[in-house]
Design a protein around this ligand. Structure first.
Ligand code: ADP
Length: 431
């Protein structure tokens, strides 16, 4: 930059001194100075005109050479143009590479504008969602018309949840849809073909259901004989008394395991039976569960029932009974006889309701909490002889999922636990 200025100043000094000398010789110093200033001004105006012409023409040609500082300006301007051209080319190549990568992805990708109109999609979207070139600019809800998908579009939540729908192009295909917001008003629809995965899940759950079912009959026979032997008054059997009791206990445990496995498989593999849905009077249901516990005697923690809401739920009574009983039985099981268990049915903000099952029992260490609802996940219990099968909370989680509800667990070792079933307002019925 300084180079240009140096040349400009050298030029100015040379011509100014020549003009002033000529003016002095002709005795016209002021006139010569005025002519010089005018010429100098015209030269700059001419160069400025050249630069403006270059800028507005947008041509990348090297501009006509000026002199002095203008040479430097033209040079810098040309460099700037070349750099921006190179950057633009790089960007275009990058966008092209991204597009190519998206195009060969096996998952469908659709870019939606602020009104959920289709702006771009990849090749897989043609197969999985049945989109065509002429669909660009149309609303996606008019093309993928599954009610589940349309509802998801309206409530879609930052990519955290997914929804499963059948492909509009091929009903054999099961798609898992995810919505990811980006930029200010844009959204990305991602659809993955999960047909194979769902098929494998069905095979697995059918297998578990079949095995459990087949085991049920022989186990009932064994248990029956064991009971008969344990009750028999035969002195020859007396030395086997301990063994028989232990066998009976283990057979009972196996039976509970099979029953729980069958319930869980049914909950996982079937959609909710709408004929069984009805208005469930939760206060009444909780009172029944509470009375059942009271009948168990008093050798366990004190149980109290607090009904501060009269809300009913739209749901499956049998499923809700099993979930609530599981939570209460756990609370009693993991709380010493001197402790306290509270069942609290209460209203939440916005019309939601919640059941808290609180206990003052042994509590659960933080690292176990996220895994408690996995099948067969058990924490070593300090309470001796309280061995469960580890399926209870998995059943609770599935029942709640089927009721659009959520299980929240808060616990502190040595202080106790609180298992909360949080039901959304849409499931609540109020008289
Ligand atoms: P289980 O048949 O073993 O009780 P669950 O699925 O019902 O199976 O519970 C899983 C594990 O969660 C239990 O093994 C226990 O360690 C822990 N748990 C459940 N409820 C409570 C509770 N109220 N207090 C402490 N631990 C609990």
């Amino acid at each position: 930059m300084w180079h240009g200025w140096r040349r400009e100043l050298d030029w100015l000094a040379l011509y100014l001194s020549a003009v002033l000398t000529a003016g002095w010789l002709l005795n016209q110093v002021w006139a010569a100075l005025a002519v010089f200033v005018l010429g100098y001004l015209l030269r700059h105006l001419f160069s400025l005109h050249g630069l403006l012409k270059q800028l507005s023409s947008g041509s990348g040609d090297y501009p006509p050479s000026g002199s002095g500082v203008w040479d430097e300006i033209y040079y810098q301007f040309h460099q700037l143009r070349r750099r921006s051209k190179r950057r633009k080319k790089r960007l275009v190549r990058m966008v092209e590479r991204f597009r190519n990568a998206f195009a060969v992805l096996p998952d469908a990708i659709v870019i939606l504008g602020e009104d959920d109109e289709i702006q771009w999609y990849n090749a897989a979207a043609e197969n999985l969602l049945g989109l065509k070139k002429s669909d660009i600019g149309l609303l996606i809800a008019n093309l993928v018309r599954s009610p589940k998908f349309v509802e998801f579009l309206q409530t879609g939540d930052g990519g955290a949840h997914t929804v499963n729908i059948r492909s509009p192009n091929d009903p054999q295909l099961m798609l898992e849809i995810r919505l990811v917001p980006y930029d200010k008003d844009m959204r990305l629809v991602m659809a993955q073909d999960v047909s194979q995965l769902r098929f494998m899940e069905r095979v697995r759950s059918d297998f578990v259901a079949n095995v459990s079912h087949e085991l049920r009959t022989p186990l009932t026979v064994l248990k029956g004989y064991l009971e008969t032997l344990a009750d028999a008054d035969d002195p020859a059997l007396q030395r086997y008394g301990k063994a028989l009791t232990s066998m009976e206990e283990q057979a009972g445990r196996m039976q509970r395991l099979i029953d729980d496995l069958l319930s869980l498989t049914r909950l996982e593999s079937t959609t909710q039976n709408h004929q069984r849905l009805k208005q469930v009077d939760v206060a009444f249901l909780l009172r029944e569960i509470y009375d059942d516990v009271a009948r168990m005697g008093t050798e366990h923690a004190a149980v109290a029932l607090h009904l501060s809401s009269n809300a009913a739920l739209w749901g499956d009574e049998q499923e809700l009974r099993s979930a609530f009983s599981n939570l209460l039985v756990n609370a009693i099981k993991y709380t010493p006889a001197t402790g306290q268990v509270d069942l609290v049915w209460r209203d939440e903000e916005g019309g939601a309701v919640r059941l808290d099952v609180r206990d003052t029992g042994e509590g659960i260490a933080e690292q176990h909490i996220p895994r408690l609802t996995e099948r067969f996940y058990r924490v070593d219990s300090a309470v001796r002889g309280k061995v469960g099968v580890g399926l209870g909370l998995a059943i609770v989680k599935h029942v709640l999922l089927r009721h659009d509800a959520e299980l929240k667990i808060a616990s502190q070792v040595g202080q106790g636990s609180c298992f909360s079933c949080c039901f959304p307002a849409k499931r609540v019925v109020r008289d």
